[in-house]
Design a binder for this molecule. Structure first.
Ligand code: MSP
Length: 613
């Protein structure tokens, strides 16, 4: 929805130039400052500056969008990798809500994956009934996600009745279409990864006692030989349809190297897939309809969660299904990009609209694992770095295409420099009562900062770099939106951070603290410098909402920006520069509520302690 102050695009460039020339002539006639056009380095006089909102119209799936995270195993407490998966989906979803604010337009699901051998074994090892373990760990995920500001609209547990109904219905569809048969399935099974492995993906390695044991080459987890009569899905029939789907939709899997990888996998043979286990071996799961001696394979069970959430098998699910975007880690790519689309096609549905894939977090250069004792607890991180600080760190530093390394000093350094010093410092500089004694959004003076670059005169104060800043800021919302569309949230944050640096440079260059509100020469320019910086801050606050919601709220509230003025549909940067009225000009700033983001390095005692232990 657009606000009432929708601004038209700036009129034709030629007209803008004519107006500027007329203004110059008028100034001449008035015997005031003479302004002349100069050619300044760093920009071309034919460059067009524009500022406009990002409405809903740039998305093929405008009406609705459905985002999902993977559902999380409940064999162990959540770690930062799990939180990262959820945060990526959350940021995508929040950015989308800024573009399409209607509450009914976006759904976002997460949840816990509670069946299977892995959970059955973990419960036994903990001396608990599986339901007890599931309740306990699922509650930990729910609490973590609430604390971390994950804005999901649904949380699903695969032990819920609604899910069993959906899975058994889905099974019935595959059966009815002749895609399931009973046969002897023999091969290596990895309980930790809940998957079958071909001989080529298994190696023998010494266990802690020196005995040689078979392990998965990919994950390093132990595997065991399994030979059972199971239900088998005719996966091999789907090789070509999957290849066609991926070739016709080159953007389905993002980033591109993962798309390529799936196509490579599909070059190889695609054997049929066992989709059930003997119930005597695996009792913790959903029984095969009509055959109580078999339990449905946990991955089939888990993948159907995406349908359960939107009401499958009731027909209403269809309007959401076509808009589905899955966020997943690279380790579960095969399940989502091969098994899942094949199962969906088999059950008469379309494959997902998008699959966004991310890489993993390592810790001080090592894979995170319980046995290495290096699992990073996200709750401690949220406490130490604040919710917004830790969200910012993970999303700013996490690069979906490759693994990223975690260590505490890195968090402190990033947050201190980008949130506390650069952004917080900028806000402080523009709102402190010494510089802005009236506590308002000052007026922008078009004579000091004419929209046509290259004019000089005694009242023209803007320099070439200032036009570069305006240009960078005007294109920032679109740039950020493009990075979100490409699942490069870290690049969106990098772009914001770079503009924050540029804005600090602008303030530094014009040193408003040296200008005097009492002087008729200084005052219009001092107001203009603050106005431009506050406009930049307003754009930063708006664009940071998906990543640091509370910090952005604090920033926008301090600027006096109301809740209805925070969407991307309302985001016009520096309208006065483009000849339009600015609704903020002259408005009182919001109340002062302390530092935007306090520096962390003063409270580093825990950091030193943590390293000694
Ligand atoms: N239960 C399955 C998913 C079923 S979805 C139908 C599963 N669960 S998981 O708990 O093991 O992983 C959930 C998500 O966390 C996955 O996207 C996985 O990639 C992610 N991560 C697990 N470890 C991770 C890191 N070290 N770093 C980043 N993400 C990681 O798989």
């Amino acid at each position: 929805m657009r606000s009432s102050h929708v601004l038209p695009e700036r009129p034709l460039r030629g007209l803008g130039r004519v107006c500027t020339m007329l203004r110059i002539s008028a100034l001449r006639l008035l015997g005031r400052t003479l302004a002349v056009r100069l050619s300044l380095p760093g920009f071309s006089s034919s460059r067009r500056y524009s500022s406009g909102p990002l409405g809903a119209g740039d998305d093929a799936h405008d009406a609705r969008a459905y985002f999902t995270t993977p559902i999380f195993y409940v064999n162990a407490a959540p770690h930062i990798g799990h939180l990262y998966s959820a945060l990526l989906a959350d940021a995508l979803c929040r950015h989308r809500r800024l573009r399409v604010p209607s509450a009914a337009a976006t759904r976002f699901s997460t949840g816990t994956d509670e069946h299977g051998l892995k959970i059955q074994q973990a419960a036994t090892a903990a001396g608990l009934a599986p339901t007890e373990l599931c309740d306990r760990v699922s509650a930990q995920f729910q609490q973590l996600f609430r604390d971390a500001g994950i804005s999901s609209t649904d949380f699903i547990r695969t032990t819920e009745v609604r899910h069993r109904v959906a899975v058994q219905h889905f099974w019935g569809m595959l059966k009815a279409r002749g895609l399931l048969y009973k046969g002897l399935y023999e091969g290596w099974y990895c309980a930790s990864d809940e998957c079958f492995l071909p001989e080529t993906k298994v190696s023998w390695q010494p266990d802690p006692s020196g005995d040689s044991c078979p392990v998965s080459l990919e994950s390093g987890h132990p595997v065991s030989w399994t030979k059972e009569e199971n239900y088998i899905f005719r996966l091999s029939q789907f090789r070509e349809p999957l290849q066609r789907w991926l070739r016709n939709n080159p953007q389905v899997i993002t980033p591109e190297p993962f798309h390529h990888k799936v196509l490579q996998w599909l070059e190889e043979e695609l054997p049929d897939l066992s989709v059930s286990r003997r119930r005597s071996h695996l009792h913790w799961g959903i029984p095969v309809p009509g055959d109580d001696s078999q339990t449905i394979y946990v991955w089939l069970d888990a993948l159907v969660n995406y349908l359960t959430v939107i009401g499958y098998p009731d027909a209403q699910f269809k309007s959401w299904w076509s808009t589905t975007s899955h966020v997943i880690g690279k380790d579960i790519l095969k399940f989502h990009a091969i098994y899942w689309p094949a199962l969906l096609l088999g059950a008469g549905m379309s494959p997902p609209y998008r699959i966004y894939v991310h890489s993993h977090w390592t810790v001080c250069g090592q894979k995170m694992s319980k046995s290495l004792g290096n699992v990073v607890d996200p709750r401690t991180c949220l406490d130490r770095y604040t919710v917004d600080g830790f969200r910012y760190f993970l999303l700013r530093q996490g690069v979906p295409s490759w693994d990223c390394d975690y260590y505490d000093e890195k968090v402190v350094k990033l947050l201190d420099s980008e949130l506390a010093d650069a952004l917080g410092g900028l806000l402080n500089r523009c709102t402190a009562s010494r510089i802005n004694p009236s506590g308002t959004y000052p007026a922008f003076c078009t004579t000091c900062f004419p929209s046509e670059p290259g004019l000089v005169g005694t009242s023209v104060r803007a320099q070439a770099e200032d036009y570069a800043l305006v240009s960078a800021m005007a294109s920032l919302p679109k740039e950020v939106a493009d990075h979100y569309a490409n699942f490069q949230i870290y690049k969106a944050l990098e772009a914001v951070s770079s503009c924050v640096r540029q804005t600090n440079g602008f303030v530094q260059r014009h040193a408003p603290w040296k200008l005097n509100w009492e002087s008729p020469v200084d005052a219009p320019w001092l107001g203009t410098v603050l106005h431009v910086a506050l406009e930049c801050l307003r754009v930063f606050g708006t664009l940071l909402q998906p990543v640091t919601p509370s910090l952005a709220d604090k920033l926008l509230s301090r600027l006096g920006v109301s809740a209805s003025e925070r969407g991307l549909g309302e985001l016009y940067f520096l309208p006065r520069f483009y000849g339009h009225p600015c609704p903020f000009e002259g408005r009182r700033l919001g109340p002062e509520t302390g530092l935007l983001f306090p520096r962390l390095d003063q409270s580093r005692s825990w950091l030193v302690k943590a390293h000694r232990t």
